[in-house]
Design a protein around this ligand. Sequence first.
Ligand SMILES: C[S@@+](CC[C@H](N)C(=O)[O-])C[C@H]1O[C@@H](n2cnc3c(N)ncnc32)[C@H](O)[C@@H]1O
Length: 212
Amino acid sequence: MKWSPGFFDRMDAAPDRFFYGAPRLVTHIDDDAIDAVGALYAELGLSGEILDLMSSWISHFTQPPSRLTVLGMNRLELEANPAATVRVVHDLNADPALPFPADVFDGAVCCVSVDYLTAPIEVFRDLSRVVRRGGPFVCTFSNRLFPTKAIRGWLDATDEERCGIVRRYFEDAGTWGEPRVRRCTLLDAEGDPLFGVWAFNTKGPASCQPPA
Ligand SMILES: C[S@@+](CC[C@H](N)C(=O)[O-])C[C@H]1O[C@@H](n2cnc3c(N)ncnc32)[C@H](O)[C@@H]1O
């Protein structure tokens, strides 16, 4: 099934360096949602060499990995990230290819940012090149966003549909195992909801290898 026309369009189609030129040293989700992200990372045992994609000054690990590469648009935000060991400024919408060699990461994460990708399938596929086989990619998101920079298909979707969109990114990439989907905050909780969609790297069709 094809993505509908205009799905990846954005209100602000200008290069992302303009919007992200000034640092935003803020939190984009509340404390309970941040705790839920950290709990999911801990449950999935993210450790070793980890890539935090579309990162800023906070990476949400309860126990930061021994080596954390943060990739984002704003150098000052990345420099303020106390968990980071390597900082890389790279615009994934200008170039979805990741500036790393193959098989260098034990896992990857992306928090409250997947909705800004205009070529997500290419990014998800290239992630499976740089993450070692069997490693996870964990995408978490809430319902707050920069509306001018989010893709139209995401703005038009419900929370449930957004989980389905990220699931399909994994599936369309063709290099990840069966995606898992979870609401990580309680349904009746006040505050920001937090959803997680993740899969393990097969580097090939989902059916070819179970997670390590
Ligand atoms: C809502 S913030 C989330 C930051 C962080 N992940 C967090 O959990 O607080 C969105 C982040 O996505 C990054 N981002 C947006 N567009 C990007 C792009 N085209 N390439 C790489 N990173 C991008 C920005 O640098 C920004 O810090």
